[in-house]
Design a protein around this ligand. Structure first.
Ligand code: GTQ
Ligand code: FE2
Length: 377
């Protein structure tokens, strides 16, 4: 005998109640949450204006003692992420400021970290015993698990942009921060490790660059493994070298989407410097406008030189010196240098290596008549 509609209704209600009690969810009620036709798009294209933030950052430097915070950072919070301190679902970023003479004590963590210097001549990071002195435009990486402490030995304020893969690592439930550094005190007889706030320098001055910044030549007499061995043994990338490379490449056509773009790499194998993030710098020549594309990876940009705009999903993010902005995954975007008389230079960080490693990377372009075509990746 066929069931009546009421009977089926009653049985469905019972099923729903039972499922709830048993901590189950009926797939057919949540399909829209699962079968997304494309990435969710919570993360908003957004730009943080240096002019708005600089006075607040300098003020924070006067009223928030570094002893209280260890890292004096203003974290970028994407307006699509409900007030969480993340720029995208994979990346965290911040402007950090250290006053003359300040030091930030040693720690390590499972998220990979990076800093890109905006201001100050006396800044440094010590990573696994290497003291990396830094100036504007220099990139320094602190890979997963490497001990690091910072300081400012210069007369002026040190300002840099931190980019870390914190939300990605958190999504994988693999976050660990450790503050209990210790090392053998040379004055002690026992040689037992004692807790300390800063690392002893164990590598020679400019170690990373002396060994590895020789373009196309690598030393055969050193063990390339540092830290976990899962990242570049070169920890500092100098702006001067990138600028010189740009000048040599200026007359090439470049990428249709990014102009003259360079990836920072592990000089021993050409891989991205860390497994989760790729670091890049790109030069847009006077008046250059790029073609539109989109890809399954999110990108954070820092404006090093010049002025221009990036159009993301029809919205124009107008940028200038020291501004920071985010292009979320799978959003159509193109860049433009607004000046006719000077280059624009963007530094960027992307989670692309993760997407590529997992086979999730996709890229498309859109022609002038609106046709969507895959880009071979
Ligand atoms: O400088 O070590 O903005 O560990 C966030 C976490 C900076 C750092 C941040 C960090 C650091
Ligand atoms: Fe850190």
């Amino acid at each position: 005998m066929a069931q009546t509609e009421t009977q089926v209704g009653d049985e469905l209600a019972t099923l729903a109640a039972d499922a709830k009690a048993l901590h189950l969810i009926e797939f057919w009620k949540e399909r829209m949450e699962i079968e997304l036709p494309e990435p969710r798009g919570l993360v908003k294209p957004f730009l943080w204006h240096w002019d708005d933030i600089e006075p607040r950052l300098r003020h924070a430097a006067r009223i928030v003692p570094v002893e209280d915070c260890e890292r004096r950072a203003l974290l970028f919070s994407n307006p699509g992420l409900g007030g969480r301190p993340f720029m995208s679902t994979t990346l965290l970023g911040a402007y950090s400021l250290y006053n003359a003479g300040e030091v930030a004590p040693v720690h390590r963590h499972t998220p990979c970290a990076s800093r890109f210097v905006l201001e100050g001549k006396g800044g440094y990071t010590v990573i696994e015993g290497e003291k990396c002195r830094l100036e504007r435009g220099d990139l320094v990486i602190t890979p997963n698990g490497t001990w690091h402490d910072h300081g400012n030995e210069g007369p002026d304020e040190l300002i840099w942009v931190d980019i870390l893969d914190v939300p990605l690592v958190e999504g994988l439930n693999a976050t660990m921060f450790e503050f209990d550094y210790s090392e053998a005190d040379p004055r002690s007889n026992s040689g037992d490790p004692v807790p300390t706030q800063y690392q002893t320098i164990s590598e020679p001055e400019d170690h990373s660059n002396r060994l590895y910044a020789n373009g196309g030549m690598k030393p055969l007499f050193v063990d390339r493994q540092r830290g976990s061995g899962n990242h570049s043994p070169m920890l500092v990338y100098r702006w001067k070298a990138m600028r010189e490379a740009f000048d040599k490449m200026r007359d090439y056509e470049g990428s249709p989407y990014d102009g003259i773009i360079m990836e920072y790499c592990d000089p021993t194998n050409g891989n991205p410097v860390m497994p989760t993030m790729s670091f890049r710098a790109q030069m847009l020549r006077p008046g250059e406008q790029t073609r539109t594309h989109r890809h399954m990876s999110s990108t954070i940009y820092v404006v090093l030189e010049g002025e221009g705009w990036t159009e993301v999903d029809g919205e124009r993010l107008e940028w200038g010196r020291n501004d920071v902005f985010v292009v979320p995954t799978w959003k159509w975007h193109a860049h433009a240098n607004a000046r006719k008389d000077g280059d624009a230079v963007l530094y960027s960080v992307t989670d692309e290596p993760v997407l590529r490693t997992l086979g999730l990377y996709r890229e498309q372009t859109r022609t002038d008549d609106g046709a969507i075509l895959p880009v071979a990746a």
